[in-house]
Design a protein around this ligand. Sequence first.
Ligand code: NAD
Length: 301
Amino acid sequence: MSAKLLDGKALAGKIKEGLKKEIEELKSKNIVPSLTAVQVGENPASAVYVRNQKKSCEEMGVNYRLEQLEGGISEDDLVKFIEKLNKDDKVNGIILQMPLPSQIDARKVQKMIVPDKDVEGMNPANMGMLVYGCPNLAPCTALGALELLKSSGVELKGKEVTIVGHSEIVGKPITLLLLESLTESPTPTVCHIATGDLAFHTKRADILIVAAGKAGLIKGDMIKEGAIVIDIGINRVPLLDEQGKPVMNDKGKPKKKTVGDVIFDEAVEKASYISPVPGGVGPLTVTMLISNTVKACKLQN
Ligand code: NAD
């Protein structure tokens, strides 16, 4: 079997078209959705994410503001800053860029974002709504991964789903979103670093969702014939030439490429559908951030 690709970029484009209409409708009522990102100190990884957010917001007609705070800020001052944003009517969504410096307890600060502006879905109140089966604002990557899965047209009811990874931001919310329906939900199994026999669980999955951050973790022989594979992992690994030697850049440093957690060339022979990395879940994460911002804006108006 050669799997069909689940094209995240194309799906993101479709979702954005629908969101543009919602944004135009809000604008006709003089309401412009706005997203404020809070970045503490400098970090190259979050700088890339911030650039993508800004670009997508501009493209969609969402106001984007970046609040760059100095790396030495105290936790109390950061909490006060968030409280100020909570009260600001011009701010519909707040995103706290990770990582934060070591003097800050990320969870404590994240809790301070009011639930209706928590576009990352990390506030305990929003997490609680996931447990209730009525999501308010849910984590963007989890939403994006499920949109991509649903774009395959698969009926979820009755399916065995294995999720590899149980983080608060990806694995757990995916599991809870899959359990949203009382009568139509599939049957999720959650694996993690302490799972004894990972292959046992992946091999019996009709749908395999992987978010571990480990390149090469899922090999072809760990996948059931005809399964749907959603690879969320993002890993930077050395680019190798045909002899298996690292390819160097102009500065004599090894060139890198982005891969997922699944060995794509092997998985593509077993799966019925597969999401590539890059170009799978990635483009949907930022799209879902815009979607959550629009939703937050509506909740507040
Ligand atoms: P995390 O480090 O918080 O969690 C990793 C999870 O994988 C944990 O539950 C851990 O127990 C599990 N795990 C690690 N090694 C394992 C192993 N050998 N076997 C089984 N389970 C294992 O990471 P995260 O924030 O959930 O992100 C996971 C991956 O998804 C990363 O590669 C990250 O870059 C990527 N990610 C992608 C997007 C996107 O937009 N596509 C967004 C968020 C995260």
